[in-house]
Write a protein that binds this ligand. Structure first.
Ligand code: ATP
Ligand code: MG
Length: 448
């Protein structure tokens, strides 16, 4: 992509409405634009990141055997009356009346609808287990939308819903999602610590939130240092092996970790020796719930068990804050000059900077490199604009692409490009013809 033909409305100065670094950089990097309180347009650069995150989430859901669907944003109030949540949900639900005076709502979550889809499509225990998920916009009329897309009113969520014949199978479905979440966040370069959680208006028995440590997080968190020091890489598991899956969950839940809502000081002190007691703030990027028959009973989601007896299905629901993750990743990966994208979610792999746009030799060298990197499968943003060098460097640092390839007349004469690693700041002089190979050899392997 040539910058001269792209739409990248960057800002030089800090927008004053932005209280936290991710919001500031997202506005300055031209990723989003606020349309009204808590409601944003995603501009080209922001959308690229959102799509990359969405795709990692999708791949890891699919790996567990979950199946993608797409439910609408607008729902009828009827099912919500049956579950009892139409009244319980309160003011966060945006209620809408259509032209026939029918009560509708913009979905804040989809337990009712998916349970009804399951009910209508399933008769026998042989149709189970099944886990259906979608990645869809939600609306919650938050009292205080803030921090940009971190606490929006309209936001993108992945929500999965598992259906099993009995409580024991449901626990396996829950555990699979737990492990999938560890992998999902690890692939984005994040350490998202699972913590025992309150179930809130979703309800249920077992629940974990996944939190990323950040000073700007809205939750206070307390946890065992040993948990923090565990291996957080995206390890492989056989999702069909119940013992392996539950073993991973046990490893990550046997050590103390709780948000302020669930924190009990005496318990923390009993379980964790003093020098390993850590506390801080965290951003919630996921939340999983096991709630048994809470929705299947009122909504009549019943299957015939092996004895031919009708039984309500056992369910769980599993949310990932896809749009919030864009901000959360920036909170955990930036410096004073801008964003530092982990390679897996970067909007482009490389920024190519032409320091003398309009100079024939430099333009030609850049064009050759641009084509070579493209042929090597790299996504390149080519700054071909006729701007001053200082502005080009700071814009490229701000948008945070993993690599910068800098070409000026002097380099062209020597046949050399300067390659800069955004994260480490390291610079290398690389022969022009070897730039694509250099980037390939020095990029972190994709864990896909
Ligand atoms: P929170 O405690 O942050 O209000 P929640 O517990 O109400 O979130 P869930 O119902 O668990 O949210 O939703 C699943 C995920 O969706 C959350 O873990 C979070 O990452 C994301 N999410 C929830 N509300 C918002 C919001 N207003 N803006 C952006 N993302 C959100
Ligand atoms: Mg939650």
């Amino acid at each position: 992509m040539r910058l001269s033909q792209y739409f990248l409305p960057t800002l030089r100065d800090d927008p004053k409405e932005a209280e936290i670094v991710s919001h500031r950089f997202m506005l300055r990097a031209g990723m989003i634009r606020q349309e009204s309180a808590g409601i944003y347009s995603w501009l080209p650069l922001g959308l690229r990141v959102l799509k990359k995150i969405e795709q990692i989430v999708r791949e890891e859901q699919n790996r567990t055997g979950a199946i993608e669907v797409l439910m609408p944003t607008i729902q009828s109030a009827d099912l919500w009356r049956k579950s009892g949540r139409y009244d319980d949900y309160g003011k966060e639900m945006l209620r809408i009346t259509d032209r026939h005076d029918r009560e509708m709502l913009y979905g804040p979550t989809n337990e009712e609808m998916i349970t009804d889809i399951l009910r209508a499509g399933t008769q026998s225990y042989k149709d189970l287990p099944v886990n259906l998920y979608h990645i869809q916009w939600k609306f919650r009329d938050e009292v205080r939308p803030r921090f940009g897309i971190m606490r929006g009113r309209e936001f993108l969520m992945k929500d999965a819903y598992s259906f099993d014949l009995n409580a024991e199978d449901a626990v396996h479905s829950y555990n699979k999602m737990f492990v999938a979440y560890l992998r999902t966040y690890a692939r984005m370069g994040l350490k998202a610590i699972p913590m025992r959680a309150d179930t809130g208006p979703i309800g249920g028995d077992n629940s974990h939130e996944f939190l990323i440590l950040a000073d700007t997080g809205e939750s206070e968190v307390f946890f065992d240092k040993d948990l923090h020091d565990m291996d957080w890489s995206a390890f492989e598991v056989d999702y069909d092996d119940r013992d392996v899956v539950s073993g991973v969950v046990r490893d990550f839940t046997s050590k103390y970790a709780a948000t302020d809502e669930m924190y009990v000081e005496s318990e923390f002190h009993d379980k964790v020796e003093e020098k390993k007691r850590l506390s801080g703030r965290g951003i919630e990027v996921g939340h999983i719930f096991l709630f048994g028959t809470k929705y299947s009973e009122p909504l009549g989601a019943v299957v015939q068990d092996p004895d031919g007896k009708p039984v309500p299905v056992h369910s769980g629901s599993y949310g990932v804050g896809v749009s919030r993750l864009v901000g959360a990743i920036i909170e955990s990966s930036h410096d004073e000059n801008g964003i530092i994208w982990p390679a897996s979610v970067a909007p482009f792999d490389v920024g190519l900077i032409n320091l003398r746009a309009g100079d024939e030799a430099t333009d030609n060298a850049c064009q050759v490199l641009y084509d070579q990197m493209g042929d090597a499968g790299l996504d390149v943003l080519y700054d071909d604009k006729d701007d001053r060098a200082g502005g080009k460097f700071s814009r490229m640092d701000l948008i945070g692409l993993p690599w910068q390839v800098i070409i000026g007349p002097r380099g062209v004469k020597d046949g050399k490009a300067e390659v800069k690693n955004r994260a480490t700041g390291e610079r290398h002089d690389v022969e022009m013809s070897k730039v694509a190979a250099f980037l390939r050899d020095n990029s972190p392997e994709s864990s896909a």
